[in-house]
Every structure is written in C-alpha cells, then in structure tokens.
Design a protein around this ligand. Structure first.
Ligand code: ATP
Length: 313
C-alpha cells in the first residue's frame, strides 16, 4: 500500500549523454513541507518536471498520491499544483481572466470557480493587478500569478520550483508565510537556493548534487550534533595538530594555514565534551597564543557546504 504523497524509486533521467538524475529515491508523507536543495545543474528541476509529468523518466518509478507519473499522468496532474522555474504565461491575457481560464482547464467546479479565483488572487497578493495584462507584469508579479495558478484547483500536492525567485524581500516573507500556511493540509516540495528560507519554513531537507541524493533528513537533527570547537592559534604549524589529536576528548582535528601566520583549527569533540577552557589553558601553557576560541553549531549552510563539497557529514 502506497500511502506516501510523493514516492520516487530509482528514478533516472538522461538528456542524451547527460545524466541529470541518477537513481534517486525519496518519499514525502502527506502534509510534509520539504526543501529540495542543490547547486545549479544538480537535477532539481528535472526531478520536479518528471514528478509533474512534464518529462518522461528514462527509468525508475515515481508516483504522486498513489498515481504513477507515466501510466496515470492525468490523475497525477489533478493532484498537483506546479510552479515551474520560469512561469509560462499568455502575455495578451489579463491576470483574472487567466486564472479563470486555468480554473476551467483544471475542471474547478463552476459553482466554486469565482470564489477560488478570488481566494487565490488574495492569497498570492495579486488582487491589485487583476486587470493588468500578463505581458506587462514584473517578474515578481508573474511569479505570484504562477503560484496562484498552482493553487487554483486546491491540489493536495504542491511542487514549487524556486517560488521566491525575483521577489523583493517583503514579498519573499509573505510568500513563505503562504507556503507555510499551506503545509499540513497540503504536501509541499519546494526548491530554492536561499537556505534561510528553508530553515524558516521546512521541517526536512533533501540535498541533491550531480543527480544523486546526498542528504535527506529533518533539520532538527542538525541541532543534535556535537558542535565543533574552532580556534585560531599562533605556533608551530606541524606540531599543533599532532599535539591536539593526542588530547583527551578530541576526536578529529582539521587545520588550515591562514594568511597572517595563524593556524585555523577545527576540532571534533567527543559527545558531551566542551573542551574550550581546558584546551585553551593547555595551548597557552605550551607557549602558543590564541586569537579565537569558540564553538560552532551545525547549521544548514554548514551541512549544505559539506554535502556539496563532498566532505564527511
Ligand atoms: P538550477 O538550480 O540551475 O535550476 P537544477 O538543479 O534545477 O539547476 P536541472 O535543470 O535539473 O538542474 O539540470 C540537471 C542537468 O541536466 C544539468 O546538467 C543540465 O545542464 C542538464 N539539462 C537540463 N535540461 C536539459 C535539456 N533539456 N537538455 C540537455 N541537458 C539538460
């Protein structure tokens, strides 16, 4: 029984010789709000376009609300609202007219159509431009009309490819609030390059790089990790890491020379340890000096950088 809102099994997508998505697997439960992250060209839009039935997969299986994207594509389209990376709009149509047209196309019942259009105009803050020609809208407004279109049939699953791209800071905050409100009653898969947006609204992130999934987990897991001890020390560069590695409570030491003769040091500590005071004291006793000594908690930016640069996480 498939009770997942989104299910992806061994999905591959090639464009000729380019492997854009390479045997990825993930599931999204109903009501989850998941951030889908990765650098340019990682395979995010491709995965989203396969899930939304706009592209056929090369191999593997994907389903939305239990419907297979290949065999039941019309059913899948009924379940999803999709905001593509660049929103295709008819320039000669007016905003409200376009949403009414899209509502008809998506078979929103006539009796509730007007109310749905009104609701989406309001929710996506495009009421004030309802009579404007789409071709004359700024990028931010086009993006918001695209979001209104994705919501028009009140779909169970929303697939949003960079929904805040092109928006000003206030619009970004409002759009994120709208997306957060939708979660719980809707399942949302959201791609963005803005990590703070993900930290603000998502419970879980999936990081994809070069077509493969590199990390999939709850953001709350990051807070449970032991913080790193970071130091900047002046002393003999060859001796310092060896000496630090021999100290009790130290698991791993990574050093990097800095421009001004100092050594930047990152120390992985044993769980439950805070070596700042004891280690700081011993370093001074060795006759070396310290310019910086503090703890660094793991955040999404640190995780993302490690994952994308292929460092151990
Ligand atoms: P971005 O953050 O830049 O939007 P992305 O993670 O969405 O990137 P994709 O657009 O899915 O990445 O691209 C994945 C890979 O597939 C890239 O190497 C890209 O160049 C390639 N690609 C995408 N579309 C096509 C296409 N139509 N033909 C050939 N290669 C393509």
């Amino acid at each position: 029984m498939n009770d997942q809102a989104i299910r992806v099994d061994n999905l591959c997508k090639r464009y000729g010789p380019v492997v854009a998505v390479d045997r990825i697997n993930f599931q999204v439960a109903p009501g989850e709000l998941v951030g889908f992250l990765g650098p340019n060209g990682a395979g995010k839009s491709t995965s989203m376009r396969v899930l939304t039935t706009f592209l056929p997969a090369t191999s593997g299986v994907a389903s939305v609300c239990g419907f297979d994207v290949m065999n039941d594509s019309m059913k899948v389209r009924e379940c999803i609202g999709y905001l593509p990376e660049s929103v295709p709009l008819y320039p000669e149509m007016r905003v409200e007219e376009y949403l009414v047209y899209r509502a008809k196309l998506k078979q929103v019942d006539r009796s509730i159509r007007k109310a749905r259009v009104e609701n989406c105009l309001e929710k996506c803050r495009v009421k004030e431009v309802r009579r404007r020609l789409l071709g004359t809208l700024s990028k931010g407004y086009r993006q918001r009309v695209g979001l209104a279109d994705a919501l028009i049939a009140d779909p169970k699953v929303l697939i949003l490819d960079e929904p805040t791209s092109g928006l000003d800071p206030i619009q970004i905050r409002q759009t994120l609030e709208t997306i957060k409100e939708l979660a719980g009653t809707h399942t949302v898969l959201l791609s963005t390059h803005i990590l703070s947006e993900v930290e603000a609204i998502c419970d879980r992130v999936i990081i994809i790089n070069r077509g493969t999934i590199r990390w999939d987990g709850k953001l709350s897991k990051l807070g449970e990790q032991v913080p790193l001890l970071v130091m900047e020390v002046r002393g003999p560069a060859e001796q310092i890491p060896l000496w630090l590695e021999g100290q009790p409570g130290v698991k791993k030491v990574v050093t990097k020379p800095m421009e001004d003769g100092l050594l930047s040091v990152e120390i992985e500590q044993e769980r439950g340890q805070d070596l700042r005071e004891s280690l700081g004291k011993k370093v001074i006793e060795k006759g070396w000096s310290i310019r910086r000594l503090d703890l660094r908690r793991r955040n999404l930016e640190g995780l993302y950088t490690d994952v994308v640069l292929n460092r151990e996480t």
